[in-house]
Ligand binder design. Sequence first.
Ligand SMILES: [Zn+2]
Length: 146
Amino acid sequence: MATATHDITEKDLAGKLMRRSGLRLTRQRRAVLETVLHSADHPSAAVIYKRALKRLPGISLATVYNCLEALAEKRIINQLNFDNGASRFCPNLVEHVHLLDDASNRVLDVHLKPGVCVEDVFDLPVGVRVERLEACLHGSIPNKKP
Ligand SMILES: [Zn+2]
C-alpha cells in the first residue's frame, strides 16, 4: 500500500522523524520504528516485537513496549486503542480514520474523499475547529481479490 510516507526508504524516514521529534535515535527505537513503518496491517506490540527481532535480535518485549510508547507520545506513529483488545500501531501520518472488521480483526486506513474536510462530514457546533481526526468505523471488510 503506497502512501506519501512510504515514498522514501524506511531508514531515511525513521531518521527524519526522530530528528524532528527530538527523540534520540537509539538502535532499539530505529528497529521498532522501521518495523512499524514497514507494517501496513496495524500490528499489535506483540507482533511488532516478533518482527523487530528480525531487525535487532535480542531486543526485549519490554523495550519494544517502551519504544512504541515513546514513538506514539511524540506522534511519530499512531497508537490505536480499540475496545476489543490490545493496542495496535499505525505508521500512516496522513489524516485518516480506521475501519475495523470485528470478525477478522483486520484494520484498514480510510481517508476522506478528495476535496472533503471534516467540517463537511460532521454537523459541528458553530465555532468548533477540529485539530485532529481520530475515529473508528466498525464494519466488514471484503476479502482481497486474488
Ligand atoms: Zn492507520
